[in-house]
Design a protein. Structure first.
Lengths: 201, 80
């Protein structure tokens, strides 16, 4: 049986999807600040003009790309965290998730301060989702008295700052490999030893 | 897939995280008033701003701007 011809709206949706996927690939390789619409069009197999039929500007394409990445990343984080309890499990789930998205996530860490406002807003949304995830575990440990009494926002910023520092200099900490795979366990144990009332938990 | 609050985007993993513990409600316990109804935009904005200050230590005004930006993407406030 002959395949059904796609409707105009279905073709439009498919092109939109191809453009976003191509943009994800190219942003991973070149960064959000340097991705070129012409390259995205070529990678998606469409004309350069088609990019602007779907996205009014390069900035809009970058924003849509970060939204897509953010949705995938936060959905994956929630999936990994499902059914696990405790700070160790929450931090391990975060590391596992970041490890899966590492090249792109590291790009966001280093480029976010330089992104246009709307794109940066998407990054803040991702960070807030991560924060909810870690913060709930921190709050629960605090309630149980298993972590040292410290302002929770500082604990969260300590953790995120530590991981982001390693990610932003992946070439120094883990040249040509995953910094999360190489250093993640060490960072996790170090952080837990700093905050736990009884280190080794 | 975990359901997210239409007002603030918080993932709702358990019934207790839904407004009034009712899984049929698509907004979270933090975006609900004590009677279970959904908070207004201004109430939700104030709540989200306070949450950003408390959890990430942001400056009050920067937190308010960030909260407004994030809420602009939420289904409940997108077309506001």
């Amino acid at each position: 049986m002959a395949a059904r011809r796609l409707t105009r709206s279905e073709r439009k949706k498919a092109t939109w999807g191809r453009l976003r996927e191509a943009s994800v690939r190219l942003c991973t390789r070149h960064g959000f600040l340097h991705v070129r619409t012409l390259d995205v069009a070529r990678a998606a197999g469409v004309s350069h003009g088609a990019v602007f039929k779907h996205f009014p500007s390069r900035e809009a394409l970058v924003e849509a790309t970060i939204q897509l990445v953010g949705r995938r990343l936060t959905d994956r984080l929630h999936e990994l965290a499902q059914g696990r309890a405790g700070l160790r499990a929450a931090l391990a789930a975060y590391l596992e998730c970041v490890g899966e998205f590492e090249p792109l996530y590291a790009r966001l860490v280093t480029e976010a301060p330089h992104l246009p406002e709307r794109a940066r807003r998407c990054w803040l949304g991702i960070q807030s989702a991560v924060c909810i995830h870690v913060w709930q575990a921190l709050a629960e440990e605090e309630r149980r008295g298993t972590i040292r009494p410290m302002p929770l926002h500082l604990l969260f910023n300590n953790w995120i700052g530590l991981v982001h520092h390693y990610l932003s200099q992946r070439d120094l900490f883990a040249p040509r490999s995953s910094v999360i795979a190489r250093c993640g366990k060490e960072l996790l144990e170090h952080f837990l030893s700093l905050v736990s009332v009884q280190p080794g938990r | 897939m975990v359901q997210k609050c239409v007002s603030c985007g918080m993932p709702m993993r358990t019934p207790q995280e839904h407004a009034a513990g009712d899984e049929s409600r698509d907004y979270c316990v933090h975006c609900a008033r004590s009677d279970g109804s959904m908070k207004s935009y201004d109430e939700a904005l104030a709540g989200m701003t306070a949450f950003l200050v408390k959890t990430q230590g942001f400056d009050q005004e920067a937190a308010r701007k960030a909260a407004a930006g994030m809420m602009a993407e939420m289904p409940a406030w997108k077309d506001r």
